[in-house]
Design a protein around this ligand. Structure first.
Ligand code: 4NP
Length: 151
């Protein structure tokens, strides 16, 4: 299984999803390829947001990825699942799929939640500490769901 997580900046939500799923997979000896990307290129080359990394670290996750932009020429073919954090991400990625060839690969993260009834992973960037905890809560729930559904 090759999974790409996508959010806007690739410095908060999708790097968290990448780090959490990597950690859960490694604990369960699941050998998946996991990556993340952003729909905007505003933070290319940056590490995950310091606030996000700090909240993730407290739950035992180390976020190591560097931000990159989603590449329609490689990523649609290169991954089995492209899992996005909210509706704007979904719209942006679908718009890049010009021939509507990859629709079945593109999914909302929250469809995998079993504990929380969320319709998106809310963008924590302009909010306070609580927002980063909410990201971790929803992402942990969804990542467990991904493993349940695809193993
Ligand atoms: P992310 O959060 O999409 O979860 O990485 C954001 C990061 C940066 C910005 C917005 C959201 N920004 O406006 O710079």
């Amino acid at each position: 299984m090759k999974i790409l997580f996508v959010c806007l900046g690739n410095i908060c939500r999708s790097p968290t999803a990448e780090g959490v799923l990597r950690s859960l997979c490694s604990n369960s000896e699941i050998d998946w390829e996991i990556d993340s990307a952003g729909t905007s290129g505003h933070h290319i080359g940056e590490r995950a947001d310091e606030r996000m990394r700090s909240h993730a670290r407290k739950r035992g996750y180390s976020l190591e990825s560097l931000s990159r932009k989603f590449d329609p020429h490689k990523d649609f073919e290169g991954f089995d699942k492209i899992i996005v954090m909210d509706e704007p991400n979904l719209r942006d990625i679908k718009n890049l799929d010009l021939k509507k060839k990859y629709s079945s690969k593109i999914e909302l993260m929250t469809k995998y939640c079993t504990k929380f009834e969320a319709s998106k992973v809310p963008d924590p960037y302009y909010g306070g500490a609580k927002g980063f905890e909410v990201v971790l809560d929803i992402v942990e729930d969804a990542c467990r769901g991904i493993i349940k559904v695809h193993t």
